[in-house]
Write a protein that binds this ligand. Structure first.
Ligand code: SF4
Length: 232
């Protein structure tokens, strides 16, 4: 288990993986990270206090992930994050947010008046039919302008059985058009019904990866431990 790391490449930042209350949605077919969620508030607080206190301010940028959305982090911990970020001159904080919270983003922006807040959303794919059928994560992406206004960054999930290379190419193109930063997660088998497609992965590595790997605003996670924070 690793809940704190420093990322020096491309987008230098401290990254914290916090424990949180259960994800509001909790039904994405590929997601096993919600196993880290808890309903035990004391356990959540005890786990997180130590991690939040590790913030050093080295880059002025902190990313908080919590196997859910920022709204599932208890207030006591949000308050500690704010106090720590203020005292360490953090100017930018990234938070994860699920689509269902899109109308509440201002609450977090107002809670952290001294920082720029950047929201990251797990879009996974812009093919809405595929996202609903394969990932069980339905929402419409017809209004991409609205997404790009609300969310600074998005995540894509690639190389799963049923996908084709053209879909991955198209998703990356759309993501780069509408979001300032993009995280590409290569799916790794994790015991859920979604399965890795190794042929597609080889195609991606041969045809797409070399063209995008050096773009400054794309992070490609070949392994789900690549950010250096993980619980399994
Ligand atoms: S919204 Fe995110 S954390 Fe919640 S189930 Fe889906 S992928 Fe997992």
């Amino acid at each position: 288990m690793q809940r704190y790391n420093i990322i020096k490449d491309k987008i230098p930042r401290e990254i914290l993986l916090l424990k949180s209350l259960p994800c509001l949605y909790g039904k994405c077919s590929f997601c096993n990270y919600i196993l880290d969620n808890s309903t035990n508030i004391n356990e959540i607080i005890d786990t997180n206090v130590e991690i939040v206190n590790m913030i050093s301010g080295e880059f002025g940028v902190v990313e908080i992930i919590n196997s859910g959305s920022v709204f599932e982090i208890p207030e006591a911990i949000l308050s500690l994050i704010r106090e720590k970020c203020n005292s360490k001159q953090i100017h930018t904080i990234y938070f994860e947010v699920y689509y269902g919270y899109r109308k509440r983003l201002k609450e977090i922006i107002d809670y952290f008046p001294k920082q720029e807040i950047r929201f990251r959303i797990g879009i996974e794919t812009f093919d809405d039919e595929f996202r609903e059928r394969v990932y069980n994560k339905p929402f419409p992406t017809t209004n991409l302008k609205e997404f790009s206004t609300n969310f600074y960054a998005c995540c894509l999930l690639i190389c799963v059985q049923g996908q084709v290379i053209e879909q991955i190419e198209n998703d990356i193109k759309i993501a780069l058009t509408y979001f300032k930063e993009v995280t590409i997660n290569v799916f790794v088998d994790n015991g859920t019904p979604v399965k890795h497609d190794s042929n597609l992965f080889n195609l991606f590595m041969t045809n797409i990866y070399p063209k995008i790997k050096d773009l400054p605003n794309i992070e490609i996670l070949i392994d789900n431990k690549d950010l250096g924070v993980f619980v399994q």
